[in-house]
Design a binder for this molecule. Structure first.
Ligand SMILES: NC(=O)c1ccc[n+]([C@@H]2O[C@H](COP(=O)([O-])OP(=O)(O)OC[C@H]3O[C@@H](n4cnc5c(N)ncnc54)[C@H](OP(=O)(O)O)[C@@H]3O)[C@@H](O)[C@H]2O)c1
Length: 288
């Protein structure tokens, strides 16, 4: 029996992993924690928890994800996205556990016009992006760590762009959404499936655990405007979506204008199949 510890398990990604738990091999036991059971910013608590549970794999879904609020809450964002990741990486290394940490496309500045590869230079433009970049470095300081960057995550669980659009689409006759930020929406269920598939293959020694950075998002490319139009269509909201430039919708945290991720490395290493973002969006229970 191999044990997988999932931290931040009440968030979007953690909840999707929980949903898939029953479909996991019987030889894998999952332990779910969120801040109430294990505050990952507390090194002593982390070390005590690891001594008790002795996990073989650790999947860190915990994060400070309020991108705009982070500009005013730098210390808190840093504590969760950076220092706590160092705690988990250290405890994982001491326990001999494989550490899978999740990061973001917002570590890039968005000035490229082709999909970002894992070894492209990071240059975060926001406090959130900076703290996530530091978290990546803290994880990768240990040999048994894998960082999976993703982008534009949404899910049946938690708060996200899809739910906001569905709510506003029911309230307003029209809505302006930026068209000059381009990326790829990612269904958190697809990322959850990918993570569990990688761990499953490593657990039965079908694949090696490869340390380092990987990218995972759904396939395809769109703007937030395109994403919003598709949500309104699938959600049957009679709301007209108007394309605007980011300069007309200023936010405390700047976002990359282009943050499409190249997924070739993860596909080749772990035989991962990835759905197009529009198909994955349509599959969401919210539209059922
Ligand atoms: N959301 C996106 O669009 C997006 C895009 C790219 C990458 N990512 C990355 O993907 C990963 C998963 O994101 P998500 O959207 O699933 O995040 P989420 O929904 O915000 O969930 C994060 C979870 O972590 C918990 N948490 C916060 N502080 C903690 C602590 N000290 N100890 C333990 N748990 C703590 C949160 O609890 P509270 O709710 O009580 O704070 C929450 O349940 C994160 O690494 C994120 O940076 C997300």
């Amino acid at each position: 029996m191999q044990k997988i510890l999932v931290t931040g398990a009440n968030g979007q990604l953690g909840s999707e992993i929980r949903e898939l738990a029953s479909a996991c091999a019987a030889s894998l036991e999952l332990v779910f924690t969120d801040v109430a059971e294990l505050d990952i910013t507390n090194l002593e608590a982390v070390q005590a928890f690891f001594r008790k549970e002795n996990p073989d794999f650790v999947v860190n879904c915990a994060a400070y994800t309020a991108v705009d609020k982070a500009e005013a809450e730098k210390e808190l964002a840093e504590a969760i996205n950076y220092l706590a990741v160092a705690n988990l990486a250290k405890a994982s290394a001491a326990a001999g556990a494989r550490f899978v940490h999740i990061s973001t496309d917002y570590v890039f500045d968005g000035r490229k016009n082709r999909p970002y590869r894992e070894d492209d230079r990071t240059n975060p433009q926001s406090v959130y992006g900076l703290t996530k970049m530091r978290g990546e470095e803290a994880a990768l300081a240990y040999i048994g760590s894998m960082v999976i960057r993703t982008g534009w995550l949404y899910s049946n669980f938690g708060n996200n762009f899809v739910k906001t659009m569905l709510r506003l689409g029911a309230e307003k006759p029209q809505l302006s959404v930026v068209y000059d930020q381009v990326g790829t929406p990612t269904n958190a269920a697809d990322l959850a499936r990918c993570i569990l598939s990688i761990i499953g293959k490593v657990a039965v020694r079908e694949k090696e655990f490869v340390s380092g950075v990987f990218h995972f998002s759904n396939e395809g490319v769109c703007s937030w405007y395109d994403f919003a139009v598709q949500v309104m269509k699938l959600g049957k909201r009679p709301c007209k979506v108007l394309p605007i430039e980011s300069s007309a919708y200023p936010t405390p945290a700047p976002r990359p204008t282009y943050s499409v991720l190249c997924k070739e490395k993860i596909k080749a290493a772990y035989d991962v199949e990835i759905a197009h973002w529009a198909d994955s969006l349509e599959a969401l229970r919210l539209f059922g």
